[in-house]
Design a protein around this ligand. Sequence first.
Ligand SMILES: Nc1nc2c(ncn2[C@@H]2O[C@H](COP(=O)(O)OP(=O)(O)OP(=O)(O)O)[C@@H](O)[C@H]2O)c(=O)[nH]1
Length: 390
Amino acid sequence: MSYNNTAWLNDVRPNPYADQLALGFRHLRFTRSLEREYRDYFLEENFDLKRIALGAGLLIWLAFAVLDFYLVSSETRWWMLAVRLGVLGLLLGCGVLMIQRRHRHLLAPLSLVCIGSLGVGAGAVVAIAHRSDPSFPYEGLLLVCMAAYFLVGLRLVEALGVSLVILLAYVGLELWAGLPWPRLVNNLLFLLFGNIAGAVGCYLLEFKSREHFLISRLMRVLADHDSLTGLYNRRSFNRQLERLWRQAQRERHGLALLLCDVDHFKAYNDRYGHQAGDLVLQQVARVLEGTARRPLDMAVRLGGEEFAVLLYDIGEQEARRCAEKLRASLEEQSIRHEASPTAPVLTMSIGVACVHPQPGMPLGKLYELYEHADRALYEGKAFGRNRVVA
Ligand SMILES: Nc1nc2c(ncn2[C@@H]2O[C@H](COP(=O)(O)OP(=O)(O)OP(=O)(O)O)[C@@H](O)[C@H]2O)c(=O)[nH]1
């Protein structure tokens, strides 16, 4: 099985999610960093499922314990009950850890312990019963394996591993119980075929889950980024601006907004063509990215030839210096602009505004930051362009 509809992906590459979709993942494995991200996502997605499955498993286990008691009359039922109680204790112990989010990293191993103990416990109960009654039903074991494939939120490799352990333990226990060979072979074949069906279903489920992960992450990236330059778009800028405002209020850090506008870009388009204009916008974007290097900084394409750089934890002097460096960097690219009346190369004007958000300062001040930078940019244009105004 492979992911076939890759033609549209070429439009959005390079992008790690699109690249992985195009590369395929039929062995249910991504590249190293994506694999780590997927496993985190998978754990988070299945957090509730695991807890519900554990609750259901406990109830079914108890119901079978009651059934054993009525179905088996000999002394062996006490041994069966002891096994059931032992497994019950283990499930309760794991359950206490699993319901707390702070033990999230233990979720996968705990699920394996739960399903494994249910399987081996069920195998032990069946083997004990088979010592006196070889026709005692053993099919419940398949139920446990099916839960591993479909209910507990395990990856295929985990479900296969734990099912294999359960089957091996079952064979060992039946040999100890002395189940006649023809019966053992019959039971084992039934369990094996059931497991093959479960594994195929689990493979398809995991494949779809991985595909969903990649597509949903890719959609998120596309929704937050400008398709021409790859910079953040205005929507994610607005979101991030408010988030950073609150963070800066809490941490008492300064914020700076650099509004950048390419000079005489209409003339550039008219002189060199729209496609050349697009390439230049991409070049400008790379220059802006060089300025927004720290994790909370952000380079944005607001639209057309208007860009913004949001800088976190910065003072007025430093912001002005950054803006000047940015302006000079574009000029140093020496992109010829023969149609510009102000410079022989492509330049941009930058309006700078800074704020130190204090706790309790209204959000309205944030919009003043934008207005201030916009006014400064307007002045920069009016005073001849290719300059920084704060
Ligand atoms: N190539 C290209 N051009 C674009 C894009 N978006 C907007 N533009 C062009 O950018 C130009 C912006 O022109 P104006 O707003 O008049 O600004 P300007 O010519 O740069 O003049 P000043 O800003 O005053 O220096 C318009 O001609 C738009 O068509 C784009 O994605 N690609």
